[in-house]
Design a binder for this molecule. Structure first.
Ligand code: PMV
Length: 324
């Protein structure tokens, strides 16, 4: 009745930004991501006979009713699947340093889905785990798998799940995270994407562009075509932010240092260093480069932008941890 799991964060190269179904968490388009080796969440779930309520401790702090209810949504789905009624004790440790400025909901819900289902005695396959994690946070569906991952948009619960993508043997990619702001994001991804989808006239163009970009990205990954991977990822990220700027009222995640970093990436590229940028629902930038250039790039960016950087390689799939 107890299990522990680890799942790593992921960063999308082709983004999920807008839902087709908010309850089932079906996305408006398919997306592709890279799972990161450096950042992960460890979660232990124990179903306790006779306990009626769930409890949730994150990084040693007991969480409030709202945070516990989000976890409870996944626990309820697991209880339904396993005919359990017991409440659960959930304890999570985030190894996504604040300094990285990365969201941890993807790793958190993926680790929760694996730990909770195993604690309940279920033995779900990767697709079923991805569907379960998706219900907590869309991007979590992609953190069940390692390496490079595609989340098929699907049209119902069964068809919307993520799985690994084949990549060329010679593809040795790194993602350099650039910390620009440690603050909690001003507009959460959930409310930002809902507002954009409801009001931006670019929404349909955006989702159509993502649907077209996914097979192109999959082809580029399979061919090990770094320039094409980078160009597709950078354009996709900027398109996502353009849809937000066309929302009513408009909003944006850029800060002056965000723009400076994007411009510096373009400058380095013009000088012959192959680097491309992506960013999510916040001001921090992630730079895609080849492994051989990662140290040099991280040093140059720290020097010019004056911020902390972390070099990430493709990370592993979610997995169970041995009991202490
Ligand atoms: O699933 P959420 O609520 O973490 O939303 C993820 C949204 C982006 O990070 C901006 C894009 C993505 O595909 O991960």
């Amino acid at each position: 009745m107890k299990a522990s799991a680890r799942a790593h964060t992921n960063i999308a190269l082709i983004k999920y930004w807008g839902k087709a179904d908010a309850d089932l968490m079906l996305p408006a388009n398919s997306s592709i991501s890279m799972t990161l080796d450096k950042f992960y969440t460890d979660t232990t779930v124990e179903f306790v006979d006779g306990q009626t309520e769930d409890s949730f401790v994150l990084d040693g702090q007991k969480q409030d009713a709202a945070a516990t209810a989000k976890v409870g949504k996944i626990l309820d789905l697991v209880r339904q699947m396993s005919d359990l009624t017991a409440g659960a004790r959930v304890s999570s440790q985030n190894h996504v340093p604040n300094a990285a400025g990365l969201a941890s909901s993807a790793s958190a819900f993926a680790a929760l889905a694996l730990a909770a289902s195993r604690a309940a005695g279920l033995n779900l396959d990767a697709a079923a785990l991805s569907r379960l994690a998706r219900r907590g946070s869309g991007s979590a569906s992609r953190s069940i798998a390692g390496g490079f991952v595609i989340w098929h948009r699907g049209h119902d619960d069964l068809s919307s799940f993520a799985e690994p993508l084949p990549v060329a043997d010679n593809l040795d990619l790194r993602m350099v995270t650039v910390l620009i702001d440690k603050q909690q994001k001003k507009v959460s991804s959930r409310s930002g994407m809902a507002h954009m989808a409801a009001t931006s006239p670019y929404f349909h163009a955006w989702t159509a562009a993502c649907e077209a970009a996914c097979p192109q990205m999959a082809t580029a990954l399979a061919a090990g075509d770094f320039a094409q991977i980078g160009a597709l990822a950078e354009r996709n990220a900027l398109m996502m932010h353009a849809t937000n700027m066309a929302a009513n009222p408009p909003f944006m995640y850029f800060e002056p240092t965000t723009i400076a970093t994007l411009q510096y990436a373009a400058e380095l590229r013009a000088q012959g260093l192959p680097v491309y940028a992506t960013m999510d629902a916040g001001p921090n930038v992630k730079l895609l480069c080849q492994a051989t250039d990662a140290d040099k790039l991280a040093a140059l960016v720290s020097q010019r932008i004056g911020t902390q950087t972390e070099i990430c390689a493709p990370g592993p799939a979610a997995h169970l941890l041995e009991e202490d």
